[in-house]
Design a protein around this ligand. Structure first.
Ligand code: AMP
Length: 431
């Protein structure tokens, strides 16, 4: 029978990391380092963690994100079981809004700052930096229209990157205006592109019918030339949205965040209104987007709320962030290693080793020993591989006399230590 392999576009995270094709899969310690930094920064922002299910009703995602988006039209892992349609969540904003409404979190008063970390699933063509199961962290600030909350989501994402030692990014921002601005702009785009439709690619021609805004995302050189003469969204937005946008920019400037205004940044999701933004890393190649987000005041009513609940948020890819850390040389994180590895000379006294390991573990130390009856040399090699701080060498006579050899692996020095004092001696060097 064939040996099973993980599905393309998904990967295992191993204790020590590995490379798979062109991908470098970081060790678990790097993932934890990132997750801990996310939590530290989120707490500074007064955000509280929310965990929503991986499975959501397909309809929530379809309505929330929009039928014409790539995610809904071709990237959902959706299936039917009985009379229910399920989807593996492709993003977490719609689920967080669903949870917010379902549990009536508005009742708790004030604005809710909620953050998450977890897996998302999209049936994209797997490539470097683009996976079918990937991980996002994000912040959603729900219940406020205040422009400070838009600026706060941007500074929060940047603070996570700064916390981890990244320095070079580009923040691109734009405003989509309110609910009424987009239809007017869509019409203007249609008026501009329809006479040029024979110069458009098939994909963009189709988008004229489905969602002309998406033409602005084009990477096609010829179409990018055409875009230069296209109408600009900012010329179609309402006065309030324009003031809101100005305030967001002022707040960012007040705290020294530089940004680039990108009149064609509309992003793939349908639910945005007013602010949209993307953060790119200079050290990433083709898949340079670290994070994206924006204001989504219309989402609540799309997913069943009678009241409009204004909200803004960002989502950031963890794989991309780790790629950026690798590229910037900031991914060197100590892996967990045992405080001591107990080496048994000639494999004597297995019971003694078992109970000594247990009592040292009970005192809070991390202890390993060989379980395969290997030679002393092989046991030492294993202790080295695991980066143990100490090796306890125990032979028959040592155990009887109550004194063992303790080898400090940092300098190779060795001393005799009474078994009773082992935990104290190893523990003392921990601090
Ligand atoms: P989006 O929800 O598409 O705005 O994505 C937000 C962020 O998640 C992006 O900026 C990427 O960093 C990351 N991301 C999105 N899709 C993928 C994917 N298929 N594989 C890896 N990271 C992704």
């Amino acid at each position: 029978m064939n040996q099973f392999k993980s599905i393309p576009g998904t990967f295992d995270v191993l204790p020590r990391g590995y490379t798979s094709g062109s991908d470098v899969i970081a060790p678990v310690s790097v993932w934890r380092h990132v997750e801990e930094a996310v939590r530290r920064v989120m707490v500074r922002y007064g955000a509280e963690e929310i965990r929503t299910p991986i499975l959501e009703p397909t309809e929530l995602i379809a309505r929330g994100i929009g039928q014409s988006t790539d995610i809904v039209s071709k990237e959902m892992f959706a299936f039917e079981r009985g009379s229910t349609n399920y989807v593996l969540r492709p993003e977490v904003t719609a689920p967080v809004m669903r949870a917010f409404l379902q549990h009536n979190l508005a009742q708790q008063g004030g604005t809710q700052r909620l953050f998450y970390i977890g897996p998302c699933f999209r049936a994209e063509r797997p490539q470097k930096g683009r996976y079918r199961q990937f991980h996002q962290f994000g912040l959603e600030i729900i219940g406020s229209e205040d422009a400070r909350s838009d600026a706060e989501t941007i500074t929060c994402a940047l603070d996570v990157y700064l916390e981890l030692g990244l320095r070079e990014f580009t923040v691109r921002i734009n405003s989509l205006g309110d609910r009424d601005s987009r239809p007017k702009y869509k019409q203007a785009l249609l008026d501009y592109f329809l006479p040029l439709s024979d110069q458009l690619s098939e994909v963009s021609r189709n988008r004229l019918d489905t969602n002309p805004l998406r033409i602005l995302d084009t990477k096609n050189e010829r179409e990018r030339e055409l875009l230069k003469g296209a109408p600009i969204l900012l010329d179609f937005i309402d006065d309030e949205s324009r003031q809101h946008y100005d305030s967001v920019k002022e707040h960012l400037t007040e705290v020294g965040v530089s940004f680039v205004e990108d009149p064609f940044l509309v992003r793939g999701l349908d639910y945005y209104s007013r602010t949209t933004f993307e953060i790119e890393s200079a050290v990433l190649g083709a898949q340079s987007a670290l994070a994206g987000g924006g204001r989504y005041d219309m989402l609540s009513s799309e997913v069943g709320s009678k009241k409009i609940v204004p909200a803004v948020g960002f989502a950031a890819g963890i794989e991309r962030l780790i790629m950026a850390l690798n590229a910037a040389g900031k991914a060197d994180v100590d892996s967990d290693c045992p405080d001591a590895f107990i080496v048994s000379v000639d494999n004597v006294a297995p019971g003694w080793i078992f109970s000594t390991a247990k009592s040292l573990r009970d005192s809070g130390l991390s202890i390993c020993y060989d379980l395969q009856g290997r030679s002393m040399k092989a046991q030492m090699r294993e202790a080295n591989r695991q980066n143990a701080r100490y090796v306890v060498i125990a032979g028959e006579e040592d155990i009887t006399s109550g004194v063992v050899q303790l080898k400090d692996m940092s300098d190779g020095s060795q001393e005799e230590v009474s078994i009773e004092l082992l935990s104290k001696t190893i523990g003392a060097s921990q601090s």
